[in-house]
Each structure stands twice: as C-alpha cells, then as structure tokens.
Design a protein around this ligand. Structure first.
Ligand code: PEP
Length: 253
C-alpha cells in the first residue's frame, strides 16, 4: 500500500518572513495527518531552507531542495551538494524539474548524475518527467517520458531505486491553469509503472510512488488522487497559498 505524498514546490517565491509563516500555517493545520496518513514535503528556495526547517521542527512535514549539484564539494560556484541539503535538514530533492530542463537546459545525462548523487548523499530524489505540448500533440508522450525515465535512472541499482519517487508533470500543464484530466494522467502513470517493472521488478514498481504535477488545485486534487496509479501530487502555484495547499493535502488522504 503506497502512502499518499504531497510536495509543495515554492520555486523562486517567498521571502524570509513569508516562508516561515506559510510553513507554520501548513504545519498547524495538518498536524494530525502529516507523516501519518499522508507524507508532506515543502521545497523552499535554498536561502530559506534553514528557516523553514526550523519552522517545521515540531511537525512531521519534510523539507526538500528544488535542485542539487552532483559533485560532493569544491570549486562549483553557486551550486549546492546533496550533503549540504542533508546537513540543512532536507529529506527530498527535485531532479529534472521541467523549468530546469527547459529554461536552464539541463540534459537527461546531467539529471541522471543528480539522481545518483542525491541517493549517495542520503536524499530521496523526486525525478520529474513530462512532455511538451507539441510532443503530446504529436502523440510522443510515451516516447518522451520513457526516454526521460530510462536516461534519468540509468545505472541505478535496485536498492537505490527504492529511494526514488517519480513525478509526471506534463510541461503544458505547469503553471498554465491547464491540467491533464485524471484519465490522461492515469494513462501515463500506468505506463510509467509498467516501464519501471520492466527496468527493475514488480516489487519496486508497486512500491514506487508516482506523483502528478501540473496546475493541481484544491478542486481537482481528489479526482486525480482517485486514480489507481496516482500516489500523490507535486504542487507549484497552489502551494504558496496556505488554505489551498492544506485543502490539497487533506484531499490526498
Ligand atoms: C510544479 O512546479 O512542479 C508545478 C506543477 O507547478 P504548478 O502546480 O504551478 O503547475
């Protein structure tokens, strides 16, 4: 039985005051369910990480990074290692978010190194995959997602794979207000699970949580969560509004 998992990706938003206020508001209203019936994570900007970890110290809400660099330490100006995230109190980290793939131009090969380094550094990576609108229109969703997963997970042992969560986020649905229908999302999630079974085994495929992301709101969260292979939600814009994010977490239980 896969425990639902809801993660809020704050992207490049909030400040030192609002990050703490938002984290506390979410923690206070989910105290009886977070970590019990639903796993919850907040992914703040790096600079507010320690403030948010402090604000959540009496809750069971986890904290995660929005990105990580694959080297352990050294002359990599501006980068953050898995060990640093772990030291700051993170449990999770996003790898290959669509904004990093398409705005920052990260490749599958770089993302693969990040996934691997995250696990070696004691973090739980959330590998994000998803097709562009043109790719969906050209019926290439399956092909694109398969390539991103095969390359993103390349060389990962069965044991390491147990640490991985996959997030399916159709790029055309991120921050656009458009979202995949529950049926469209389920179709891709099911394909991902079958692919993971082929690449690894049935046990890993059945244990692995697959999140949906792309304009998730309080009013579509429940229908998405009712799908057999949707195990949780990766939430961007709506995670910046305490009431909306709390309602999404409650809908996922
Ligand atoms: C995201 O940032 O991963 C995301 C899904 O954003 P939004 O919910 O705003 O579409």
């Amino acid at each position: 039985m896969r425990k639902p998992f809801v993660a809020g990706n704050w992207k490049m938003n909030t400040d030192s005051l609002t990050s703490v206020g938002l984290a506390r508001a979410v923690a206070d209203s989910t105290i009886d369910i977070a970590g019990e019936t639903v796993d919850v994570a907040i992914l703040p900007p790096f600079v507010y990480m320690c403030n948010v970890v402090g604000a959540l110290s009496t809750s069971h809400i986890a904290v995660g990074g929005q990105d990580v660099y694959f080297e352990q330490k050294g002359a990599f100006t501006g980068e953050i290692s898995a060990a640093m995230l772990k030291d700051a109190g993170c449990a999770y980290v996003l790898c290959g978010h669509s904004e990093r793939r398409h705005v920052i131009k990260e490749t599958d090969e770089l993302i693969n190194k990040k996934v691997s380094a995250s696990i070696s550094g004691g973090l739980l990576p959330i590998l994000c995959v998803g097709e562009l609108l043109d790719e969906r229109k050209a019926n290439k969703t399956g092909e694109v997602v398969k390539r991103q997963i095969e390359r993103g997970l390349a060389g990962l042992s069965e044991e390491k794979m147990l640490a991985v969560t996959i997030a399916y986020e159709p790029v055309w649905a991120i921050g656009t207000g458009l979202n995949a229908t529950p049926e469209q999302a389920q179709q891709v999630h099911s394909m991902i699970r079958i692919l993971v079974e082929k690449l690894y085994n049935k046990h890993i495929a059945e244990e692995m949580r697959i999140l949906y992301g792309g304009s998730v709101k309080a009013d579509n969260a429940k229908l998405l969560m009712e799908q057999a292979d949707i195990d949780g939600l990766l939430v961007g814009g709506a995670s910046l509004k305490a009431d909306e994010f709390i309602a999404i977490i409650k809908a996922a239980v």
